[in-house]
Design a protein around this ligand. Sequence first.
Ligand code: FMN
Length: 299
Amino acid sequence: MKDTNEITREYFERFVVEQRLIDSFVADTSMELFGKTFASPIMLPAFSHMKSMGEGRENGLIEYSKAAEKLNVVNWIGMIENEEFQEILNVNSSTIRIVKPYADKDKIFSQLRYAADNGALAVGMDIDHIFGLNGYDVCAGELMDKQSLEDIKAYVEYTDLPFVIKGVLSVQDALKCAEAGVKAIVVSHHHGRLPGALPPIMILPEIKKALADSGIKIFVDCGIATGSDAFKCICLGADAVSVGRAFRPALYENGIEGVVSYISKMNDELRYMMSFTGIRDVNEFTSDVLWDLNTLKRQ
Ligand SMILES: Cc1cc2nc3c(=O)[nH]c(=O)nc-3n(C[C@H](O)[C@H](O)[C@H](O)COP(=O)(O)O)c2cc1C
């Protein structure tokens, strides 16, 4: 079987773009989310387990969080303890905090509470980390556990922050998220945790349709590396996208400035493609500028 990430990459390449120039002008990439305005719908990812990249350098999580602040884009953070999370909030308060599906429910509630009390932008859980090959996953020594609809309802009710479920890859789960009252989902296979998982943008239009009028924000990640990838995701129904592994070499080599430069270049390409397709701002995205090379039909 082909690698999941390879399948996702190939799916991106299926789409080509129609040009709509007359009456178009330079597009505005700014985006509103959870009461704040950001410069771009391109966001930094929920990462964890990064160390300092070298002498005189900070932890990678801090460096990319600083880059997000500089870029005025939404920042995400994954598995860390509350004290480390405070260090992230000190440099970037526009951070969405993703809590693991721990077996220890007290730990979940403690991290949800900490995020709300200390000014995170939103909070959520990556449900695609529940299972490991031997049963429930053990991640960095911590046991994970199943998460029911009732559990998710309880988290939504517990926190005053918008609650996000990360790792939705079916209409079924998307509808359960809606029933639980979540404010956003991330359509994701978490860099290929499920062998042969379908590409997030393949299921995205179906999920978008199923959640129409729900007000739920739909984010996408996995394999997004260019402004063109981001453009295709948003055309197909995403409100915003996260970029993860693609910027890592830039982070390792040039730290904060490396990430700023990588994401700025992506946003320039996104703006360019929006301008070329008559999409003047993020509210005007439409799927019908994309054609599918396999079916030779527009989306
Ligand atoms: C080193 C590393 C650590 C990660 N840690 C987390 C995490 O703690 N929580 C989470 O929700 N996702 C985590 N992820 C997954 C990313 O948020 C993202 O879903 C995944 O990498 C797919 O995006 P990409 O293809 O752009 O990298 C991690 C990914 C990497 C590479």
